[in-house]
Design a protein around this ligand. Structure first.
Ligand code: NAI
Length: 337
């Protein structure tokens, strides 16, 4: 099948081309993000492949449908960038990659915690400047600390296990508590309020929905322990970034590791070096020595890219053959907020 791949980067292209040896689709790689402005590039394609910072809203979907597109295969787990209601109305089917490597994302979350706690970015910059002093680099033992995992789905569970391996106490919050999982890893479920109040480290692993939008707002930040390390590899808008700025300025938040940012669309995945960064909140966040921002790279391992490519192309083949779409996402499946 002819597939237009939007927002293509070198690593996407090589993973998709390699996986396509098993499928034989005709792949066309497009650099622009998929938005209403670029949707017409899909003229003549029945399927498009999108990624997290595309804007697959009603206007984009209408244009895609007019171009002949009947399938949007997002090569991501999250699908908050797609208007599923509009997709249903227009009879455009949507597939995603529900699981590719929870390890990739969980390990990145832990990487952010370790890097922030032991001041690795500062230490690296220092020794490169032949400054071998240790002042300002004091961290804490993770062993014995309490880690709060918000969202114990695929990724949150792996993160919980890793932190247990460090000797941490793990408290969990999820809309659906899994007592057997908690027993097995030696964690316990608490309310979100309690998680905020008792955790030394908090890692967010819930999807972005109307119910989780800004779940970390000024009130939530105030409930957290002074000095908490807050890590977000979920979606940017789980955190109210302006409230986080204030909490960092006051010193209440000890450190923040952000792989996602609520206004990342149009910034993350791009090389903007040499340009003036227009986002004042992000620019301010980047000035803190205790903030570590990565550009939505938690998924970026060889293993994850290979599985993403394979699952995406398998969905396209199933669609082409009229077979059931096992990774379809439909508006009625989405948990109400
Ligand atoms: P999952 O679907 O396996 O788990 C999500 C968990 O959140 C479930 O246990 C669910 O019950 C819980 N949940 C949903 N709504 C909730 C609510 N309102 N309150 C409390 N709990 C709620 O998803 P998975 O695979 O663990 O991924 C989690 C999120 O991580 C994705 O939705 C995506 O946004 C993000 N992600 C980020 C990546 C990155 O590169 N930074 C890569 C992959 C995923």
């Amino acid at each position: 099948m002819r597939l237009a791949v939007f927002d293509t980067h070198r690593y996407d292209r090589s993973a998709l081309e390699e996986a396509n040896a098993d499928f034989g689709h005709a792949l066309t790689f497009l650099e622009p993000r998929l938005t209403a402005q670029t949707a017409r590039l899909a003229e003549g394609f029945h399927a498009v492949c999108s990624f997290v910072n595309d804007r697959v809203d009603a206007a984009t979907l209408e244009l895609l449908r007019a171009c002949g597109v009947r399938l949007v295969a997002t090569r991501s787990a999250g699908y908050n960038h797609i208007d599923l209601e509009a997709a249903r109305r227009l009879d455009v089917r949507v597939t995603r990659v529900p699981e590719y490597s929870p390890h990739a994302v969980a390990e990145h979350a832990v990487t952010l915690v370790l890097s922030l706690n032991r001041h690795i970015p500062r230490a690296f910059a220092r020794v490169r400047d032949w400054n071998f002093s240790l002042d300002g680099l004091v961290g804490f033992d993770l062993a014995g600390k309490t880690v709060g995992i918000a969202g114990t789905g695929r990724i949150g569970r792996v993160a919980a296990r890793i932190f247990r391996g460090f000797g941490c106490d793990v408290v969990c919050f999820d809309a659906v508590a899994d007592a057997a999982f908690a027993r097995e890893v030696g964690a316990r479920y608490v309310t979100l309020e309690e998680l905020y109040a008792v955790s030394d480290v908090i890692s967010l692993h819930v999807p972005l929905t109307p119910g989780t939008h800004h779940m970390v707002d000024a009130k939530a930040l105030a409930r957290m322990k002074r000095g908490v390390v807050l890590v977000n590899t979920g979606r940017g808008a789980l955190i109210d970034s302006r409230a986080l700025l204030d909490a960092l300025k006051s010193g209440h938040i000890g450190a923040a590791g952000l792989d996602v940012y609520e206004e990342e669309e149009g910034i993350f995945f791009q090389d903007l070096s040499g340009q003036v960064l227009q986002d004042d909140v992000l620019a301010r966040l980047l000035t803190f020595p205790n903030v570590l921002v990565t550009s939505h790279q938690a998924f970026l391992t060889r293993e994850a890219l290979g599985r993403i490519a394979h699952t995406t192309l398998a969905s396209v083949r199933a669609f082409e053959r009229g077979e059931p779409l096992v990774n379809e996402v439909r508006v009625e499946q989405v948990r109400p907020a």
